[in-house]
Design a binder for this molecule. Sequence first.
Ligand code: G3I
Length: 340
Amino acid sequence: MSSAAAESGLLFGTALCISDLLSQPRTRAILRDCSIVTPEYELKWDAVYRNPGCPDYSAADDLASFASNNNLAIHGHTLWWHEAVPPALPTSPENQFQEAALNHLRETVTRYSGQLHSWDVVNEPLESADGRADGLRETCFLAAFGPDYIEIAFRQASLLDPGAVLVLNEMGLEYDSPAAERKRRQMLALLEREKTKGTPIACLGIQSHLTALEQPRRHPEFRAFLREVRALGLSVMITEMDVSDHLCPRNRSMRDTIVADTYRAYLDLVLEEAKVLAVSTWGLSDDRTWLNSFRPRSDGARQRSLLLDRAIRKKPAWHAVRGALLNKDKQEPGPGKAPQ
Ligand code: G3I
């Protein structure tokens, strides 16, 4: 898979946890298929500070060593995310939270400076249901720093690791609904504001948690959105791609075909319109998908949402993604760091 991606100037990878490397078959599949890996949990603020006041980067260091020893690029995930703040950390008074958040960002970016391909500097900044005109989500970061928190985070990260591709990562931009279209408009306005301020955002991360039988094959609004992102001079990373099959019939072969078709149609569209640096799935095999807890099937069957089955065997989705990567017109390698 990684060679197919490389033929089109892209990286292909997946999210993984250090526990994944305990499995030989899974590790072999990661090394066969991937050229970039994303720590699913170990680099998050709450993971590093599981024990209050005692940062523990050991698991993240082990993942970084694995990647470096195997010439895999690393996508850092994620510096500031409202769902990954250490629970013991007081979010008020704001100045205390400000200091803690900046210390964590500086400490973490400095520790891995020069080692990462890219960083999800800020994750999921938008939530129109929170009612702000700018669409920003009401988070502890917004409360502590104000709307400039995004600029502050990106400028700090750029200062401390000028070689990393800095990514603003968001969910739901790919959905087909009035709320998603509102979110796409708000994201474009946000990117334009930040670009005017000189915020060093290089890339838009599109999480791409898709739903089979819901994700449209054509999707003109999303296609237009991708064109506007490209016109802003931004590249794109598909950061967390998976396809929930909870609406599909139980029949395994039918589900696998529908899921594969969803992957293929989505990637064909994105690769046609965007300057894509990397495509990553959120887990490599079905036994590792978060969707079994987040989107359980009503019939109790386990999700078949990823590219490999529970026995680490290739599914139709694997071939569909590889086909999309090979089908892409050749493009120059992206502006990000070359893989290590
Ligand atoms: O490793 C600890 C284990 O030692 C402990 O015993 C256990 C019980 O507390 O927790 C384990 O950590 C869990 C971790 O996943 C590793 O499995 C955390 O509790 C759990 O909260 C964490 O969930 C992750 C979640 O983000 C929150 O960080 C999911 O695996 C991960 O798939 C999910 O990924 C997010 C992206 O970061 C952002 N986009 C949405 C995506 C899905 O929610």
